[in-house]
Design a protein around this ligand. Sequence first.
Ligand code: NDP
Length: 507
Amino acid sequence: MSGPHEALADAWPCIFRPMRREQMLIGQAYTDAADGRTFERRSPYSGEVIATYPEAGLADVERAAADARKTFEDGRWSGAPAKVRAAILRKTADVLRARLDDFAANLVAEVGKPISAAKGEVQGAAEVLEYYAALALDLHGEAYSAQAADALGLVLREPVGVVGVIIPWNFPLVLACWKLGPALAAGCTVVLKPSHWTSGSAILLARALSDSGLPPGVLNVVTGEAENGAVIGQALCQSPLVDKIAFTGSTATGKKVMQTCAQTLKRVSLELGGKSPNVVFADAPAIDAAVAGAFFGIFMNAGQVCQAGSRLLVQRSIHAEFVDKLVAMTRGKLRLGDPAQPSTTLGPLVSEPQLRRVVGYLDQGKSCGAVLKTGGGRPADPALARGHFVEPTIFDAVPADATIAQEEIFGPVLSVLPFEDEADALRLANHTTYGLAAAIWTRDLNVAVRLAKGIRAGTVWVNAYHGTGVANQMPYGGYRQSGIGRELGRAGLDEYLETKSVQIKLG
Ligand code: NDP
């Protein structure tokens, strides 16, 4: 094949054979859409068609939901011994690692993710499946035997039923596993609807699960494009055969999901957007580490991260020096280019609409009274012209109410706001409708703890951004308009369980 992905094509010809033509998974079989329609996914880097997928219609969604329902009720998965469910999840993790190059090449191709980050995502997905394999073995209820001599109370935990899993495109593999891991560990069956930009990850994951022994019908995958993606998603939310929707995506879509689910009173968990504050005090343990944290916080995955540290709050006494260092790092370290090349550290945005959206925010930033420190447009390099690239951008002295300080941009665009003291930092940190994540950089444990308690967000890091090495064990989710419910940890498993009280009167 010719074109800019030649390096990858040589390494992983199975992924880059011309025109991958994929099928979705319904019940026993990989299948086309009932009406035979398909759609294409083009590379966000080169514009080349990388694959075609079935364009599912309502009939396909109904069939998938019916298969998931039938399979849930026949007990082949919900009634399977925990050790069987755990073994299949563990085996799938092994398969992901064995096929790491294929999975990573697909992420490079469909998301535009730099290859090293793509490999990291595959490893992260394998680890979360292993974590929930272990929790499957430990799933248990409670017994009350000491309250009355002639009575026994049992609290049983049961799978919630059929789960509709709706996920976005930014981490299509790991976010699928955040939901499939606990859902399958609990004994649920699933209909997975990936974003139409990233159907490939879902299909590869389904194959890994099937090849690891997941019984047919337990996982169904329906793929569909653009407006039809919303139609399929809404059909899952409406279906009386589905008991719960587990959704990750934008806050606007999350609200629609919740509204529709209300009609059948489905359980719903929502992982939504954010505008997370990264708060740096003058006594941060090492300024250079905090600069690197701010850099990583906003530019990882080209800023297409729900928990991105998109509002950098810096104490005024170090503000000028800090911003200078961050600008220097941004100009010096980020390499825009072919995501398949190991030297690339900033890939294209996932799609043309996303590019237009981010460029719109750049225009707003230039007219809101902020100071543009670096970036601010599309790169001039003609080699990047076909990709959906934007320059990594830093706006300083951003007014707290400016659109770029309030709305989720989902691109490599940072808003810097100086603050005076702890009270000012807390006020600014909470000055948003979101509440997904936050970070605090300080040597003072009292300040760190006071702020960690005061910030209304589901995750707070101290002297780190995006994580500290404790990962899958920690519950993850949003306060306020960043969501409802929790993923990961034991709390993540609880989202897929019903609680039943059984009261036994002894004779
Ligand atoms: P969207 O909310 O547009 O889409 C998310 C998913 O929902 C996609 O699969 C999409 O399908 C589907 N969908 C679209 N419309 C509807 C609808 N009316 N009913 C049901 N499902 C629907 O988000 P994006 O895919 O654009 O992802 C980016 C957003 O996701 C960001 O804004 C970010 O805030 C959020 N996000 C949050 C995360 C978190 O953990 N809190 C993590 C990652 C992202 P299709 O793509 O086919 O249209």
